[in-house]
Write a protein that binds this ligand. Sequence first.
Ligand SMILES: [Zn+2]
Ligand SMILES: [Zn+2]
Length: 317
Amino acid sequence: MRALARTDNGLTYTTDWPEPTVQQGQALLKIKRAGICNTDLELVQGYLDFKGVLGHEFSAEVVSGAPEWVGARVVAEINVACHTCDLCREGVPSQCRHRRTVGIRQHDGGFADRLAVNTSVLHRIPDSVSDDQAVFVEPLAAAFQILEATHISPRDEVILIGAGKLGLLCAQVLALTGARVRAVVRRERPAKLLDSWGIKPMALADLPANRANVVVDCTGSADGFASALGLLRPRGTLVLKSTYHGIPQADLSRVVVDEIKVVGSRCGPFEAALRALEAGHIDTASLIDARYPLDDALTAMQAAAKPGALKVLLDVG
Ligand SMILES: [Zn+2]
Ligand SMILES: [Zn+2]
């Protein structure tokens, strides 16, 4: 079958990747649409030294496996947990000590014609949610995880930094809380999108220091971390949403003296993301930059790596 994979030879597109073997408790998915995420670009550069088929944002149809799933349109959660370690038993399978992660760690992903996954990670896509929209369920769920990491009051001043692929989903989720949400943005296109959603785009220099209750950093850059810290009021909360290139330098004494909370947040609730899409709360159509057939996956990866690129989709089947 066709697949885009990272192998010993680097990023490789092939038409003779071996068919997945379907084990007990698994379903075979026929991938319909997939999305390229910054994590995919980092994996290509060697992050986690991943080997296998890339892709963790996709919509699919179940073609075989458990009869109750066959024919269903689905999305799949990416963490495949062991269900026996201490964290799994405490109800935190997303932090399972032995987890495999679809398209990221020791598990093939969805940039291929077919993929076998455990049925326990599947969610049905509501009829009114398109295959294109469903590609955004995984990153949108991660955006909703901000609300799991910290409480946001409708009276809060909230600032998002880093209005890229993930940041633009986070901004829309933050706006649902009723809080005053502003976003630090440099490029014109995301600024226009934010404005169209009622979220004020700002230049960093125009925002007051030490005033925000919550700052969400989606930049993935060391500078972003320092800027985010500078915007927070004493006892404010800094939510980190992107992994960092390198090790951020920042005035951590401020964290101590001003009693600032720093919280990380990663994968989130698929149910909430599906509900928000079904209700029409989230604009995903405006986030799609380009689409390529799977056969042009290498070109698609180049397009996704361009500075300022938003979501690049792969039409798989
Ligand atoms: Zn991702
Ligand atoms: Zn576990």
